[in-house]
Design a protein around this ligand. Structure first.
Ligand SMILES: C[S@@+](CC[C@H](N)C(=O)[O-])C[C@H]1O[C@@H](n2cnc3c(N)ncnc32)[C@H](O)[C@@H]1O
Length: 342
């Protein structure tokens, strides 16, 4: 595919999800004129959109002007528990596209490209755009659900009695951990306006009775007493200074035998091309964070008095970086540093 065709396929996909075509098609084959009537859109244009999306494997034209969803296209239905529609909608939102077009600004200034478009980072934008924030939260739930099996296969949470998910959104990952381990209790922690929307998901998964929900900022304080602190897709959102502050807040709440479980993309320490090196630009665009190598993550851990104990592959580009607390003095000696860490 040329760059032009690639760009057009994303435009077509965006129109398809915003119009909600997958929900109207469902699991049947539909004539484009009839679908256009249901959707109240221009029939010849809808026909051309559906035909275009056969090229990228979202629809199939089973007879002239009659379309059905492919297996990939069916994942865009919103009535499926594994729907990726919120994630696709979020990724293709116009404000994000405009920020992407401003990547040059990020390279020139070192600030997130989003600043050039909205005046702040994505999280600052969400504070004043509740509809976009709601879509972001739904997208994170969809993203979490797609990776939960790999995380549960990679890591045994059965020895913990209390797992805290810090920046856990609406609790999609934590709910699956609690569902798999009925003796484990959970604490879901995120911004107050985010955890306010978590109850339906926790109740639907039947884990609400074993899960406390706490609102706050991880730059100030997180709940103490958990024996595992999970941070999935948190540290990569932030530059090193803020990521270290988050880890220090967690370190203050953690007990001496608590585990820190950071789940993020891992950038391999090689010169070879790797998808994580492309995905890293997403952080440069929206938040000013970064994807990190194992050594970079270990450095952040050390700055916050954690030791990086092991790194486990967790599906796709993700890894679980497992840390354990160390005493500040131990860390200073190990690092050959003399200055106090805080
Ligand atoms: C990229 S999302 C990851 C969500 C979830 N952990 C997941 O993997 O789907 C980052 C999360 O950090 C939360 N967050 C941002 N700033 C925060 C703060 N100051 N305190 C607590 N949570 C915050 C956001 O609300 C969001 O849920």
């Amino acid at each position: 595919m040329t760059i032009f065709e690639h760009r057009l396929s994303l435009d077509a996909l965006r129109a398809f999800v915003e119009l909600g075509v997958a929900d109207v098609l469902g699991d049947r084959a539909g004539r484009s004129e009839e679908l256009a009537e249901q959707l109240k859109v221009d029939p010849p244009s809808l026909y051309r959109l559906l035909r275009a999306l056969t090229v990228v494997g979202i629809t199939e034209e089973v007879e002239s002007r009659v379309f059905r969803l492919t297996t990939a296209g069916a994942c865009l239905r919103t009535d499926r528990p594994d729907s990726v529609a919120p994630f696709v909608r979020f990724v293709l939102r116009p404000y994000r596209a405009r920020a992407g077009e401003s990547l040059e600004f990020a390279v020139r200034t070192g600030q997130p490209a989003m600043v050039a478009v909205t005046g702040g980072t994505s999280f600052e934008y969400f504070a004043t755009h509740p509809d976009e924030a709601a879509l972001f939260n739904a997208a994170m739930t969809s993203g979490s659900l797609s990776s939960v099996d790999a995380i549960l296969s990679a890591y045994d949470f059965g020895d913990f009695s209390e797992v805290a998910d810090i920046g856990g959104g609406h609790g999609a990952l934590l709910a699956e951990v609690l569902a798999q381990y009925p003796r484990v209790r959970g604490t879901l922690f995120d911004l107050p306006e985010v955890v306010a929307g978590a109850a339906p998901l926790l109740a639907a998964r039947g884990v609400d009775a074993r899960c406390s929900v706490v609102g706050g900022s991880f730059f100030t304080e997180v709940p103490s007493g958990a024996d595992a602190y999970v941070l999935r897709c948190i540290l990569h959102d932030w530059p090193d200074a803020e990521a270290t502050r988050i880890l220090r807040t967690v370190r203050s709440a953690a007990g001496p035998s608590s585990k820190l479980l950071v789940i993020d993309e891992e950038v391999p320490a090689t010169l070879a091309p790797h998808l994580s090196k492309l995905l890293d630009l997403n952080m440069m665009i929206s938040l000013g964070g970064r994807e990190r190598t194992r050594a970079e993550m270990g450095g952040l851990f050390a700055e916050a008095d954690f030791r990086l104990r092991r790194v486990l592959p967790a599906g796709g580009l993700h890894a679980i970086f497992e840390g354990e607390p160390v005493a500040p003095r131990e860390r200073s000696v190990a690092d050959g540093r003399v200055e106090p860490s805080r």
